[in-house]
Design a protein. Structure first.
Lengths: 112, 115
């Protein structure tokens, strides 16, 4: 079965610093999703990547999917306290499968 | 367009009672997914439903748990005879279609506490 591993598990950065979160899959990714979860709340959709080499950006967050479609990275530029939360990568269980498999999450804290 | 709605947001039950969790998908979405987030664990898939059909229940515990998505009304996740180990956050998500390229949008979750 497919597994997703995220690194690091937790991260503390100073406001204004850049950071990267990685997500590695044991199998080829058909669709890779990034979500953000604030403590005690639901998941907010950030971005979805499908094609090898694809890169998407939204405000100061950029996500990439490698050419082999087994690894994705999420990069935050000039971090702000509002970026704090838990970042989750999720992958479709198959090209026609509905369920998502999630990594264990990366907890980000941003110090003012 | 309202997002995915879940209620109640918090639910307290005593061991042996029943818990009913409701999920109303986004307008126009006919695919509903339930996930569970246990304390200190990741988010795990439970069940995937379309209207009046269970498509994939591979993540559902074999006993005490059931789910439905009737033709009219919200999707219901039902847990009978709850035990302390059922304490968790239960999230519902919806999408307009199925498949790897369809984004799932999540509700705020129901936090179940079993005393």
């Amino acid at each position: 079965s497919q597994e997703l591993e995220q690194s690091p598990q937790s991260l503390i950065v100073q406001e204004g610093k850049n950071l990267t979160i990685n997500c590695t899959s044991s199998k080829t990714l058909y669709g890779l999703y990034w979500y953000k979860q604030k403590y005690g709340e639901g998941l907010i959709f950030l971005m979805m990547l499908q094609k090898g080499g694809e890169e998407k950006s939204h405000e100061k967050i950029t996500a990439k999917l490698d050419e082999k479609k087994q690894q994705s990275s999420l990069h935050i530029t000039a971090s702000q306290p509002s970026h704090a939360g838990i970042y989750l990568c999720g992958a479709a269980g198959g090209i026609a499968r509905g369920k998502l498999i999630f990594g264990q999450g990366t907890e980000l804290s941003v110090k003012p | 367009n309202a997002g995915v709605m879940q209620n109640p947001r918090h639910l307290v039950r005593r061991r042996g009672q029943e818990a009913r969790l409701r999920c109303s998908p986004m307008k126009g979405h006919s695919h509903v997914y339930w996930y569970r987030q246990l304390p200190e664990e990741g988010l795990k898939f439970m069940v995937y439903l379309q209207k009046e059909n269970i498509i994939d229940e591979s993540g559902m515990p074999k006993e005490r748990f059931s789910a439905e998505f009737p033709k009219e009304g919200p999707s219901i996740l039902r847990i009978q005879q709850v035990v302390r180990g059922d304490s968790a956050a239960y999230f519902c998500a919806s999408s307009p279609w199925q498949g790897a390229r369809e984004t799932q949008y999540f509700g705020p979750g129901t936090r179940l506490l079993v005393l």
